[in-house]
Design a protein around this ligand. Structure first.
Ligand SMILES: [Mn+2]
Length: 452
């Protein structure tokens, strides 16, 4: 079982040779992000920056989930696509309730009221055109005012001042719905930003559970035991006892706020400004009411930008597992050879699914169902079971040779997250009764060649 606290997890990574301590002085503007970008493109290791320019006493950890191998360590399995996906399929519908404890290390330092100062914390500016420093926590936690059930997700938050930040989401995200429900009762919503959560909570935050499921219970399933939680100081929210830092805040009802540009997980610039992709209508200003943290706190960075970064790896199998759960409503599991949210599609936009086709209409039914299932995926390609969904050449070959653009492409209206205004899919399978000449050309006997 993994250590239950974030810094224990860093020690664990170091013992595995997967964490590098950086003693060189680094700047929060671009310089730390550049290091995380480099290790993301070079198979690790994760980084712990120990000397932050202008922020004595602070450390910043980043890139903890930046590669497939690092994800495999967090998920306690092998760095193999199917095994990583299977961990999410196994855990996404299991629940282990969290355990409330009286106190924990995250309460070692408590700052309230006028003493709260976000600008004294080393938040990073990541990509070239980002509007400024952003808080990207390892989890945002809020409680639904009617059900009392908590929700966990990851949301961007631009720093606006000493005690103000943006909550970069709105309905229909679960957190956006909680904010709306609170405002309908005449209140702001209490939202806790967790920095340096235990890894299983960060993993679980990306699992696509229905509204009303507390993702902390999925974290418990990943962990195999309850996550220990403590009450916040100023809001009615419970947070991980072993986190590094908690930023407690309350949304200001009715505030219409601009944020961005910010390079989100899609790899391009998002925000609520003209010229950026308009997401998060309904975003709110958050008034920060308290900050609690461990002594010698470690601020966790979560790198975004072009794939693949930790943001995309955290999403990839979590969302694939949800789409698999949808796909098996139409196709028996034994007829699905593979399912993959591609890396080029930022681990969330483009899905390839390989099936043993039993009827001509099956691929189009799958496309319609998966595109309409409410997930972000914007493109679904269905291929035959001779195509390896993890092999981009194989997939492109099917697309180049088995698609009739007049009859095999489906376009549907796109309900939210507007860029092109549409979603689409491609049936790249062979006709069932015309496979003789469309099958892959193979040379017999390659497996018998023993001289090279
Ligand atoms: Mn949720």
């Amino acid at each position: 079982m993994l250590p239950k606290d974030f810094r224990g997890y860093l020690d664990y990574l170091e013992a595995q040779g997967k964490l590098l301590r950086v003693e060189k002085e680094v700047d929060v503007k671009h310089e730390i992000a550049a290091g995380i970008r480099k290790i993301s493109d070079n198979d690790g290791p994760a980084l712990l920056f120990e000397n932050i320019k202008g922020y004595p006493g602070w450390r910043v950890a980043g890139g903890l989930y930046a590669t497939k191998k690092l994800m495999a360590l967090a998920l306690e399995t092998e760095a193999d696509e199917e095994k990583l996906l299977q961990r999410y399929i196994d855990c996404q519908d299991r629940r282990v309730k969290p355990k409330l404890v009286p106190t924990g290390p995250v309460k070692e330092i408590v700052i309230k009221g006028e003493d709260v100062d976000l600008t004294s914390m080393p938040f990073l500016t990541y990509c070239e055109k980002d509007a400024g420093p952003y808080i990207i926590g390892s989890a945002e936690i809020a409680k639904h005012p009617e059900t009392g059930i908590q929700n966990v997700c990851i949301i961007r938050g631009m720093v606006l001042g000493r005690n103000k930040k943006v909550l970069g989401t709105g309905p229909p995200s679960h957190l956006g719905l909680i904010v709306l429900a609170s405002e309908q009762r005449g209140n702001g919503a209490g939202v806790a930003t967790v920095l340096g959560a235990p890894p299983e909570l960060t993993l679980a935050s990306q699992v696509k559970a229905p509204m009303g499921v507390d993702e902390t219970e999925i974290a418990g399933a990943f962990r195999g035991e309850p996550v220990e939680m403590v009450k916040c100081e100023t809001i009615d929210v419970e947070v991980p006892a072993h986190a590094e830092i908690i930023i407690e805040g309350v949304t200001v009802p009715g505030t219409s706020v601009s944020d961005g540009p910010f390079a989100e997980w899609h790899g391009d610039y998002r925000g609520i400004l003209p010229g950026t992709v308009p997401v998060a209508v309904g975003a709110r200003v958050v008034r920060v009411t308290a900050i609690t943290m461990r002594k010698n706190p470690i601020l966790q960075a979560l790198a975004c930008g072009m794939p693949m970064t930790e943001t995309q790896w955290l999403k990839k199998w979590a969302v694939t597992a949800a789409l698999y759960r949808e796909a098996i409503k139409l196709v028996p599991p034994e007829d699905i050879r593979g399912i993959n949210l591609t890396e080029g599609g930022a681990g969330g936009d483009n899905l390839v699914i390989s099936i043993r086709k039993r009827a001509e209409n099956q691929p189009k039914n799958i496309i319609n169902h998966l595109l309409a299932s409410g997930f972000n995926v914007v493109n679904v390609i269905v291929v035959d079971d001779d195509i390896d969904v993890y092999n981009a050449v194989d997939v492109e070959w099917a697309w180049a040779h088995r698609v009739d653009p007049e009859s095999d492409i489906i376009v549907i209206p796109r309900p939210s997250g507007i860029r092109h205004g549409k979603k689409w899919g491609m049936d790249a399978t062979m006709p069932i009764n015309d496979r003789e000449w469309q099958s892959k050309a193979r040379v017999p006997g390659v497996d018998k060649v023993d001289y090279v």
